[in-house]
Design a protein around this ligand. Structure first.
Ligand SMILES: [Zn+2]
Length: 290
């Protein structure tokens, strides 16, 4: 595996336009189950998925949808970004990563500090009115639901609002999909992390990247149908491997902190404490050197 990691680091070093594509597997180390999978424990029966979490299901029984969503919401609200999310945010901050394309709705990329994130399946940042399309921040609405069971109502037309998620049978939101395709067209390296590449369009983007001449790194616990097409395949824990792939571009920050430490041995302690308190030093500490 070390040879694959070394090769992946070389590809990242050589690339000028890198995009990452992430799926449920990048958030499982944060404790979030893949809500689209029947194996996630969030479903009684497979057919419930369409019955409960589709636009039709939501229109028929919004209360049932919200009760289904409750355990997932509760997990996501407690979850924090893991080293894999942080590694991608650090690669972007270091100028090595242009965008994260994700199927996840949990906002953990943004919370880790990623700035350019294309959320193909929507997100939990907003709620939207299915009748008049009024959109508002989800924070207060979902708080009220979690604490008092109150489903959010549109302030314009009084319909029950839904989280801005792609439900089963919905079309993907056009703007992030178009941006993701654009980024894929111009990429010379795509890093797939934590996606089994079974759901469209995630399964199409790596192929599109390859067709445009990009190289492909596949990092996922299990095998995918794209493994043969990839330049590097790593079947391992994303939270362990992604920080290692990012380390060459995040290490300088650690070096800055160490330089401050060296300087402080002959100087007053204040700069040392300031360096150790700096968020950059703290983030650099997250990436394992093993
Ligand atoms: Zn409305």
């Amino acid at each position: 595996m070390d040879t694959s990691i070394q090769r992946a680091i070389e590809l990242i070093g050589e690339a000028r336009h890198i995009v990452a594509l992430t799926g449920a597997g990048i958030s499982t180390p944060s404790g979030i189950p893949d809500y689209r999978s029947p194996k996630s424990g969030l479903w009684q029966k497979a057919e419930d998925m369409v019955e409960v979490a589709s636009s039709l299901g939501f229109r028929r029984q919004p209360q049932r949808f919200y009760e289904w969503l409750r355990p997932l919401l509760s997990i996501i609200r407690e979850a924090t970004p893991n080293p894999a999310h942080i590694a991608l945010a650090q690669l972007e901050a270091a100028g090595k990563l242009e965008a994260v394309i994700t199927q996840n709705i949990d906002l953990l990329h943004s919370r880790a500090g990623s700035r350019t994130v294309y959320e193909l399946h929507g997100h939990l940042r907003e709620v939207v009115c299915p009748a008049c399309h009024y959109v508002t921040s989800a924070a207060d609405a979902l708080d009220a639901f979690m604490t008092a069971g109150v489903t959010p109502r549109c302030r314009r037309c009084h319909h029950i609002m839904k989280p801005n998620l792609v439900l089963f049978g919905d079309l993907l939101p056009r703007a992030p999909l178009r941006a993701a395709q654009q980024a894929t067209h111009t990429a010379d390296l795509m890093i797939v992390a934590g996606s089994s590449l079974e759901v469209s369009p995630a399964c199409d983007l790596p192929e599109m990247a390859k067709a445009h001449g990009a190289r492909l790194i596949l990092l996922n616990y299990g095998a995918t149908h794209m493994d043969d097409l990839a330049d590097v395949v790593i079947h391992d824990d994303v939270a362990e491997v992604l920080p290692r792939l990012a380390a060459p571009w995040t290490a300088p920050r650690l070096a800055d902190a160490l330089a401050a430490l060296m300087a402080a041995t002959t100087a007053p302690l204040a700069p040392l404490l300031a360096a150790l308190d700096a968020p950059d030093a703290e983030q650099a500490g997250v990436s394992p050197s093993a």
